[in-house]
Write a protein that binds this ligand. Structure first.
Ligand code: PLP
Length: 384
């Protein structure tokens, strides 16, 4: 359950979700009563350290890996930086070629490209027209000196789910490591669908707190710490442990996984009825990734003849919250690199708008949002 109530319609769950009230309740004592530093040796520290151990075990159980493979971070961005840079730099002796899918979040893309100054070569793999990275395309890009491949579990704009199992087989056969950004799928889809040598998740995407995430790195995979100056997380991620946030992440992950079947069915029914209503009311709308397997929450559309930024602004004035491109970097007016990589025309890239549903939304909201969108689109087209 979440406490947020609003007369506005929030359709931006891919950007962030409201904190679950039960998660908040579980976190509260760790702000006030159990405030010790988990690295301290006295009883206050031990209490916090116990909470940390429990949270790590809970996360490990929820995702089916060993506790020692879990490294807590400040979120998805840091986890991606740790995985991409940490693994590539520590394994330079295996090669300096990295393959990255062109639809990755900037946290992955920019981490990979930052390694060019250390002599790494980066190959981008393009998706098909539905935003799916084909395993054959990854296979073609693999080289004897490929050290790491990064393909996300599901795209943050289109929601398109990637064939990670097939990609992993090919990457492994070539002796490289696979990094999988699971930030958008965590809590909604089981981790077994995305076998990899490491992955990133972020609690605020599944009704947990902001500013906390996990980098899971398979035992035996060497990586260099990217945060120096402390011995926390077995010396591999320095910084005082954020006990309340980590307790919240563990609880939110467990809860969302336990409820995922019911929530996915509900959320996808809202999304599907929203899309069919929009398609009925508006001409010239393309649902991006429509032929791919998609996350239940995401609805990314390109609205011909409209500027997505404009649509989002007018929707906001009518009380509907949506976004263009990657909302976490909103403020940026650059066109979506994801839609461009999918080969959409300039007009359709410019007209991209993402709606993402959550368990708090209602069927009435889905229908109202579709009607408001139709009015907005019609007023923009009339003004041209
Ligand atoms: N990766 C993906 C796919 C995302 O969607 C996001 C945020 O939207 C991130 C990484 C970054 O996560 P965080 O906001 O926790 O830094």
């Amino acid at each position: 359950m979440t406490a947020y109530r609003s007369d506005k319609i929030y359709l931006d769950h891919a950007a962030t979700t409201p904190l679950d009230t039960e998660v908040f309740r579980k976190m509260t004592p760790y702000f006030t009563d159990v405030f010790g530093n988990a690295s301290s040796q006295h009883c206050f520290g031990r209490e916090a350290a116990n909470a940390l151990t429990c949270a790590r075990d809970e996360v490990a159980r929820a995702v089916g890996v060993a506790s020692k493979e879990i490294y807590f971070t400040s979120g998805g961005t840091e986890a991606d930086n740790l995985g991409i840079k940490g693994i590539s730099l520590a394994n330079a002796d295996r090669g300096k070629h990295i393959i990255v899918s062109a639809i990755e979040h900037p946290a992955v893309l920019e981490s990979a490209f930052s390694l060019k100054k250390f002599g790494y070569e980066i190959t981008l793999v393009m998706p098909d027209g539905d935003g799916v990275i084909r395993p054959e395309s990854v296979e073609k890009a693999l080289r004897p000196d490929t050290v790491l491949v990064a393909v996300m579990s599901a795209n943050n704009e289109t929601g398109a789910i990637q064939p990670i199992r097939e990609i992993y087989e090919r990457v492994h056969a070539a002796g490289a490591y696979l990094w999988c950004d699971c930030v958008q799928s965590a809590g909604a889809l089981p981790f077994e669908l995305f076998p990899a040598d490491g992955w990133a998740i972020s609690a605020h995407k599944f009704n947990g707190p902001k500013g906390v995430g996990v980098a899971r790195i398979r035992s035996g995979v060497r990586f260099d710490p990217q945060m120096c100056g402390g011995h926390q997380e077995r010396g591999l991620r320095g910084g005082t442990i954020n006990t309340p946030a980590i307790v919240g992440l563990a609880e939110a992950l467990k809860m969302s996984q336990n409820n995922s079947e019911k929530v996915n069915a509900y959320v996808s029914s809202l999304r599907d009825s929203f899309e069919s209503c929009v398609l009925k009311l508006c001409e010239g709308v393309r649902i991006n990734g429509a032929n791919a397997r998609r996350l239940p929450s995401h609805s990314d559309m390109s609205i011909g003849g409209c500027d997505g930024q404009n649509v989002v602004m007018l929707l906001d004035m009518q009380g509907v919250a949506a976004s263009t491109g990657a909302a976490c970097s909103s403020g940026a007016t650059t066109p979506s690199h994801v839609l461009s990589a999918m080969g959409l025309s300039e007009d359709l890239v410019r007209g991209g708008v993402r709606f993402s549903f959550g368990r708090e939304n209602t069927p009435q909201e889905a229908e109202r949002a579709a009607h408001i969108l139709a009015q907005v689109v019609s007023s923009i087209r009339k003004s041209l």
